[in-house]
Design a protein around this ligand. Structure first.
Ligand code: RB5
Length: 144
């Protein structure tokens, strides 16, 4: 299951991404907002709590720059949120970081790039191996 959320700065881009999800038959749940002013940490928390319910789940978070919402998401234990602005990063954050949340900036990233990034993010599996060791070390940092 995919959980998607945004603040007011990410609302327009969220609509574009939801349209991609719908057209491509992905099951997803929209966790807000609906364009009204909200605080991005609240949306990050809502989406990430759902993502953590299953290892198969993914999250999509969008604010104006993608920065605030990615910082907030990465405070939550078990979340590996990647702020992406290019296709290569969106691909490799799945291959190497096993990112479970992709973050984007609604005021910094065009819809075309965003859709391409989301597409590769959702279709790329974690490579494991030496990268799993590194993910394990990130998990240990969460205990500090
Ligand atoms: C909201 O105006 C804006 O600060 C927010 O969307 C985001 O860019 C924060 O990082």
């Amino acid at each position: 299951m995919i959980y998607i959320g945004c603040d007011h700065g990410g609302y327009s881009l969220k609509l574009e991404l939801m349209s991609y999800l719908e057209k491509n038959g992905f099951e997803f749940s929209d966790m807000g907002c609906n364009g009204e002013a909200v605080d991005y940490p609240d949306i990050a928390e809502k989406v990430c709590e759902k993502v953590l319910e299953s290892e198969e789940n993914k999250g999509i978070l969008i604010c104006g720059t993608g920065i605030g919402i990615s910082i907030a998401a990465n405070k939550i234990k078990g979340i590996r949120a990647a702020l992406c602005a290019d296709w290569y990063s969106a691909k490799y954050t799945r291959l190497h970081n096993n990112a479970n949340v992709i973050c984007m900036g609604g005021r910094t990233t065009g819809a075309g790039s965003a859709v391409e990034m989301l597409d590769v993010f959702l279709h790329t599996e974690f490579e494991g191996g030496r990268h799993a060791t590194r993910i394990g070390k990130i998990a240990k940092l969460e205990e500090k």
